[in-house]
Design a protein around this ligand. Sequence first.
Ligand code: DCP
Length: 218
Amino acid sequence: MSVSKSKPFTVFVEGNIGSGKTTFLEHFRQFEDITLLTEPVEEWRNLRGWNLLDLMYKDPAKWAMTFQAYVSLTMLEMHRRSTSTPVKLMERSIYSARYCFVEHMMKAGTLHPAQFAVLDEWFRFIHQQIPIEADLIVYLKTTPSVVYERIKKRARSEEQCVPLTYIEELHKLHEDWLINRTHAECPAPVLVIDADLDLSQITEEYRKSEHQILRKAV
Ligand code: DCP
């Protein structure tokens, strides 16, 4: 395997809220030569003492723009972070932020069209001007009712008000982006994994992706 400091084989792990992205990344901790970048949710919950995730859920009309602007910044920082390993595994990307979350907020009217325009211009600028490596997308495909139960069970305080309809809409947007290809930019081939299985059975499913991610016999 050729090892390049500047260009690792870069994998985005995508899927609905509660689809097991963090668990998927943790599965790869056992392997050497792989950098794991989990989503900076803790940064979103504590920016100089402010919980932007909570503000966004409590008053979306007021805070969705601020929250998504900060998500884009933290995602871009992850995209640009250099690694010394040949493989880089990232939770989410600026693409799911734009094509799933911002898209939903625009369609639902949570974002004013002017706010959406600003976020979209930022996204376009980043996409066109800043090199973002993407070699593979792992899509943890789930059924909305399954992840809805998981979200209730894990009881992250900010997400208590999340309704099933929101999860269903996010599911559709992930499908549109990664399966139906309604957006021009799907930046890499997509590997679909059945992520409905519960924790005790999911490891076998995760193992099926090891070969493609590590790109050697495992
Ligand atoms: N979120 C958002 N906008 C984004 C990214 C995330 O509003 N652009 C929100 C949705 C969730 C929280 O942030 O409330 C974290 O969502 P993720 O699906 O990214 O992460 P999870 O922790 O749910 O992932 P998993 O359970 O799959 O590990």
